[in-house]
Design a protein around this ligand. Structure first.
Ligand SMILES: Cc1cc2nc3c(=O)[nH]c(=O)nc-3n(C[C@H](O)[C@H](O)[C@H](O)COP(=O)(O)OP(=O)(O)OC[C@H]3O[C@@H](n4cnc5c(N)ncnc54)[C@H](O)[C@@H]3O)c2cc1C
Length: 419
C-alpha cells in the first residue's frame, strides 16, 4: 500500500473512513460501470489490517440477505465464506416477563438462512482484500482528515500529517463521531438509549443449532448469536447484552465464573450452562441521526449518518444499503453527464435512504421502550402481540422480509444486479 507523497492531489472522490461501510463504498465505486474510471482515494485513521485472526472477534454483525447479495455482486462474499461465518436458519425471540415469543424460520421464507453472523474483522478484511486489487485506488492510511475548505467546485482536505488533497465529492464514512459531518456543519439529533452493550464470546454446554436467540428483559435484551469455529463446532456464541450503565459496570466487574453464572441465569439456561467467556467489552448505545445526509460535494453514509440500538442487528446493514444506493445514484449521474458532486444526484440518494433509516430508528426506539415497560397492561399487550405475530403467517413474513432487507426500495446491487 503506497501513501501519496504529493502535497496536492486532485481526486473525483475521497472516502473518509475505511470501516465496513467506507470500504464497501470504495469497492462498489471501483466496480460500477461509470464510476470505475474515477480518481478515488480513501483516508482511514487506523492502520488497515488485512489479516484474518485466529480467535473470534468480539464484534460481530448479523448480515442480512440484502447485504449478502451486495457482497456477492462485489465478489467479496467468496472471501468471507472462506473465512468464518455462521448461517442462522432460525431466530427465537421471547419476553422474560411472560409467555409470549416468536420463532422465525428461513424455511418459511423459502430461504436457506435468515442471515449470517459474521465477525466484523472478517467482513472488513474481505472488503480490503478486494479493493487492494484496484491499483488506481489511492490510500492515505493511517491518516486522518483534520480540516476541510471549500474552493469553488471542490473541497480541499488537510490530513493529520499535513498532506493536502482536493476532491469534487467527499463521502463521510467516518463513523458515529464523524469529522466530515462536523466540519461541514451538518447538525444531528442525539438521544441516548440509557443502555450499554456488553459484548463477549461464550462457550455453552449445548449446541446452538444455528439459531439466533434473544431474550427481552425489562433492563434490556440479551442476544446469543451463533458462531461456528474452524472445526464447525456449534458451541460458541457471540453475546450482545444491553443493560443500564450501572448494571453493565457490575457485570463487567465480575470474575469469569460469576459472569458465566450470571449470563446462564439471564438466558434462562436456553443453551444449558455457559461454560466459559472471553474478555468483555462495552459500548454506549446512542441513537443519532444527521439532519441532512448531503451538502454540495458531500454525502454521509453508515454510522456517520445514523446510529441505532443493536437489538435487531440492523446498523451496518443500513450502512451497506446507503453505500449501494449512493453508488447507484452516482453511477447514474455520471451516465447522464452530471458532475460527480452534483447536488441533484446526492439529493436522490438522500431521498432514497432517509425514509428507511428513519423507520428503522423509530422502530428500534419503539421496541426498546415497549420491552422496558413494566406496567401490567403493557406487558399483557406485548406478550399478546408476540403470540399473534408467531401465529399469523403474513405478519411474520412481513417482519422477516424487513429484517432480511427485502422490503421497500432495495438498491440494485443489494438485489444481486451488477450496475
Ligand atoms: C454492540 C453492537 C452490536 C452491533 N451489532 C450489529 C449487528 O448485528 N448487525 C448490524 O447490522 N449492525 C450492528 N451494529 C452496528 C454496526 O457495528 C455499525 O453500524 C457499523 O460498524 C458502522 O460501520 P461504519 O463503517 O459506518 O463506521 P465505523 O465502523 O465506525 O468506521 C468508521 C471508520 O472511520 C475512521 N475514521 C474516523 N474518523 C476519521 C477521520 N477523521 N479520518 C479518517 N478516518 C476516520 C475510523 O477509524 C473507522 O475505521 C452493532 C453495533 C454495536 C455497538
Amino acid at each position: 500500500m503506497s501513501e501519496s507523497k504529493l502535497i496536492e492531489s486532485d481526486y473525483d472522490v475521497v472516502i473518509v473512513g475505511g470501516g465496513m461501510v467506507g470500504a464497501s463504498v470504495a469497492c462498489a465505486l471501483l466496480q460500477a460501470s461509470e464510476t470505475q474510471s474515477l480518481r478515488i482515494a480513501i483516508v482511514e485513521g487506523q492502520a488497515f489490517n488485512f489479516e484474518f485472526a485466529e480467535g473470534f472477534d468480539p464484534r460481530v454483525s448479523a448480515i442480512s440477505l440484502a447485504s449478502r447479495k451486495l457482497m456477492e455482486v462485489m465478489d467479496v462474499w467468496p472471501k468471507i465464506a472462506q473465512q468464518r461465518l455462521c448461517p442462522y436458519q432460525r431466530m427465537s425471540v421471547w419476553d422474560a416477563e411472560g409467555t409470549g415469543g416468536v420463532d422465525f424460520s428461513a424455511l418459511d421464507m423459502g430461504e436457506v438462512a435468515l442471515g449470517h453472523i459474521i465477525e466484523n474483522r472478517v467482513v472488513l478484511a474481505s472488503l480490503l482484500h478486494k479493493i487492494q486489487q484496484f491499483p488506481s485506488l489511492q490510500w492515505y492510511c493511517p491518516n486522518k482528515l483534520e480540516a476541510l475548505n471549500r474552493l469553488d467546485d471542490r473541497w480541499l482536505l488537510t490530513l493529520a500529517n499535513g498532506l493536502e488533497c482536493s476532491a469534487k465529492l467527499i463521502i463521510g464514512a467516518d463513523g458515529a463521531h464523524s469529522v466530515v459531518r462536523n466540519l461541514c456543519g451538518i447538525d444531528h439529533s442525539e438521544m441516548p438509549y440509557d443502555h450499554r452493550a456488553v459484548v463477549t464470546t461464550i462457550k455453552t454446554e449445548r449446541a446452538h443449532e444455528c439459531v439466533a436467540r434473544q431474550r427481552f428483559m425489562p433492563k434490556g435484551p440479551l442476544a446469543f448469536l451463533p458462531l461456528l469455529d474452524d472445526g464447525g463446532a456449534e458451541d460458541y456464541c457471540s453475546v450482545v447484552w444491553s443493560l443500564d450503565s450501572d448494571e453493565a459496570e457490575q457485570i463487567l466487574g465480575l470474575e469469569d465464573e460469576a459472569f458465566c453464572e450470571a449470563i446462564s441465569r439471564a438466558s434462562e439456561h436456553c443453551l444449558g450452562e455457559v461454560v466459559s467467556a472471553s474478555k468483555r467489552f462495552s459500548f454506549p448505545l446512542i441513537q443519532r441521526h444527521a439532519n441532512q445526509y448531503v451538502r454540495p460535494g458531500v454525502a454521509l453514509v453508515g454510522d456517520a449518518a445514523h446510529t441505532i440500538h443493536p437489538l435487531a442487528g440492523q446498523g451496518v446493514n443500513l450502512g451497506f444499503m446507503d453505500a449501494a444506493a449512493l453508488v447507484e445514484e452516482l453511477n447514474r449521474g455520471v451516465q447522464r453527464g452530471l458532475p460527480i458532486g452534483d447536488l441533484s444526484v446526492l439529493r436522490r440518494y438522500e431521498r432514497r435512504r432517509r425514509g428507511p433509516n428513519t423507520l428503522m430508528i423509530q422502530s428500534m426506539r419503539g421496541f426498546k421502550e415497549l420491552f422496558a415497560a413494566d406496567a401490567l397492561p403493557v406487558r399483557w399487550v406485548r406478550n399478546f402481540g408476540l403470540s399473534v405475530t408467531d401465529s399469523v403467517t403474513p405478519l411474520k413474513h412481513h417482519f422477516m422480509a424487513h429484517a432480511m432487507g427485502l422490503k421497500g426500495d432495495v438498491p440494485r446491487m443489494a438485489r444481486g444486479i451488477k450496475i
